[in-house]
Write a protein that binds this ligand. Sequence first.
Ligand SMILES: NC(=O)c1ccc[n+]([C@@H]2O[C@H](COP(=O)([O-])OP(=O)(O)OC[C@H]3O[C@@H](n4cnc5c(N)ncnc54)[C@H](OP(=O)(O)O)[C@@H]3O)[C@@H](O)[C@H]2O)c1
Length: 237
Amino acid sequence: MSKEKPGIWITGASSGIGRAAAIEFAKTGAKVFVSGRRALELERINTELDSDKISVEVFPCNIASHTNVDQTVKKISAISKIDCLINNAGITSFKLAEDNSINEINDIIQTNLLGSIYAIKAVLPQMISNKSGTIINILSIVTKKTFTKSSIYSASKSGLLGYANSLREEVRKYNIKVINVVPGATDTSMWSKDIRNQHSNRMMSGEDIARVLVWTYLQKENLVTEEIVMRPIEGDL
Ligand SMILES: NC(=O)c1ccc[n+]([C@@H]2O[C@H](COP(=O)([O-])OP(=O)(O)OC[C@H]3O[C@@H](n4cnc5c(N)ncnc54)[C@H](OP(=O)(O)O)[C@@H]3O)[C@@H](O)[C@H]2O)c1
C-alpha cells in the first residue's frame, strides 16, 4: 500500500461481497468508506474489526438517488480523497420478464445501472484532477452467459459493462483505471435461503471475491487489469 493511506469508497457494503471487501481493504490499512441504506448493518462492520483495532467510516447512502450520491461523495471528500470507488451495490429479482412489475424493473435499473453511473459521475472530477484513480465495477456472469429469470438484471449489468468499457478508453489519459469484476454464483443474501442451503458448498464466498479486489487494486501503477471473471470450479448454478 502507498505511503499515504488510499481512500476506498465501497457501495453496498452492508452485506455480502461489499461487506467482505470493506473488511479486507480495512485490513490493508486503507481508509475505507462504506455505504448502503442500512446504517446499522454498516456500523456492525466495526464491531467485527474492533479486535484488530481498525475501523471503517460509515456513510449511509441510497445509490439510486443521485442527490444522495452527490451529498455522500461531498461528505467523504471533506475527509479524504477517493482513490478507489467499488461500485458494488446491487439487487435482482429472479423472475421471468413477463412477471417483473414496472416497479421492479425501475428499481433494478435505477440501482444497478444508474446508481453505479451516478457514483462514477460523482467521483470522476476529483480523479481527473488528481490524474489518478481506480473504479471497480462488480458486474456478473450474466454479462458472459445467458440465464433465464434474469432479464432486467442482465440488462442492468450489461448496460454497466458497455458504459465502463467506453469510460475506460476516455479516462486512460488521466491514469484512471476502470476494472470490471465478473463473479459467478457467490454465497450472499442475494440468493434465496433454499438455494443457499442447497448450493452454498459449491458457491464462492464474499471473502473470495474481496481478496481478488484487493489484489487487483494493488497491481503496479502502470497496468490495468481490465476484466476479471470468477466462477465456482464446478461451474455456474
Ligand atoms: N451473489 C452473487 O452470486 C453475485 C454474483 C455476481 C455479481 N453479484 C453482484 O455483487 C454485488 C453485491 O451483491 P451481494 O451478492 O453481495 O448481495 P447482497 O448481500 O444482497 O448485497 C447487496 C448490497 O447492495 C446494497 N444495496 C442494494 N440496493 C441499494 C441502494 N439502493 N443503495 C445503496 N445500497 C444498496 C445492499 O445494502 P442495503 O440493503 O443496506 O442498501 C447490500 O449491501 C451486486 O452488485 C450483485 O449484483 C453477486
